[in-house]
Design a protein around this ligand. Structure first.
Ligand SMILES: [Zn+2]
Length: 269
């Protein structure tokens, strides 16, 4: 068993655990069935997309990183992100995303490759991003890759969380994930990589500000050569543990500023 592996972090924006349960998601299922998971990880308040991602990547709570809306606060740069830590250690980092605000998750220079494409009408943006990310992973073999998939958040705002269009969006993101996993499998890479799939926040009605448990309860799944298989985690998992767990997978030391801890229960001893 390897002591470190490459890692791919995949975010399903706004995806509730019960959304995953109600939608048909065979590819997500293939991850948790081969990995360790919880359906009750804890996100943060305010549970908007930029504050939550800042906590996810910088392992620090919103009251300290100061990103309290979807406008970046440069004060957060005092807390290195997992992308910064990986880059400083000489690892190859890449990011594929469709929402420009996320650019501030890495300091200038911390990404070897960054691909931003805004959603276009009548295009399955998540499938597009997954295809580009798959090509890059197969040809360039990055150590740490971030793939951001967006459709469930858009459908939640448009039609309501847990509505049929919302569940359809989750199924579309699952197909995008399937594109990625199939390509990696064909290239003989799937079994070598650790995947961490989670949501940044949930939602209810047509919003997600953090006032309801449905806003802050998130799925968190990790699957790779070092992880237990089909293991429901007992330990509480916090969004800030995400960066620390990725650091563990990649064999990186964690900055003293980080609040999160690796989810050790997810791994074989
Ligand atoms: Zn949203």
């Amino acid at each position: 068993m390897p002591s470190t592996t490459p890692a791919v972090i995949i975010v399903f924006d706004g995806c509730r655990p019960d959304g995953l349960a109600q939608a048909a998601t065979p590819h997500v299922d293939s991850l948790w069935q081969r990995g360790a998971y919880t359906w009750a990880a804890q996100s943060v308040v305010p549970s908007y997309t930029l504050p939550t991602h800042t906590t996810m990547f910088r392992s620090i709570s919103p009251d300290r990183h100061g990103v309290l809306s979807n406008t970046f606060n440069p004060a957060a740069c005092a807390y290195p992100s997992i992308l910064d830590v990986a880059h400083t250690a000489g690892l190859h980092t890449a990011m594929f995303y469709s929402w420009g605000e996320l650019r501030d998750l890495a300091a200038p220079g911390s990404l070897e490759f960054s691909y931003l494409r805004a959603p276009r009408p009548d295009e399955d943006i998540d499938a597009h991003l997954a295809g580009v990310a798959a090509d890059y992973l197969v040809h360039e073999r990055p150590d740490l890759t971030f793939l951001y998939l967006q459709q469930s958040d858009i459908a939640g705002h448009d039609a309501g969380w847990m509505s049929r269009p919302y569940l359809d969006a989750i199924e579309a993101m699952d197909r995008a994930l399937g594109l990625l996993l199939t390509r990696l499998e064909s290239a003989g890479l799937r079994e070598q990589i650790t995947f961490l799939l989670l949501a940044d926040h949930g939602g209810q009605g047509r919003t997600h500000d953090g006032t309801a448990p449905e806003d802050t309860r998130i799925p968190w799944i990790i699957s790779g050569p070092m992880t237990r298989r089909n293991h429901a985690l007992h330990q509480a998992v916090h969004l800030a543990d995400t960066a620390a767990t990725l650091a563990h997978v990649l064999g990186l030391n964690t900055p003293a500023t980080w609040e999160g801890r690796p989810v050790r229960e997810a791994f074989y001893d």
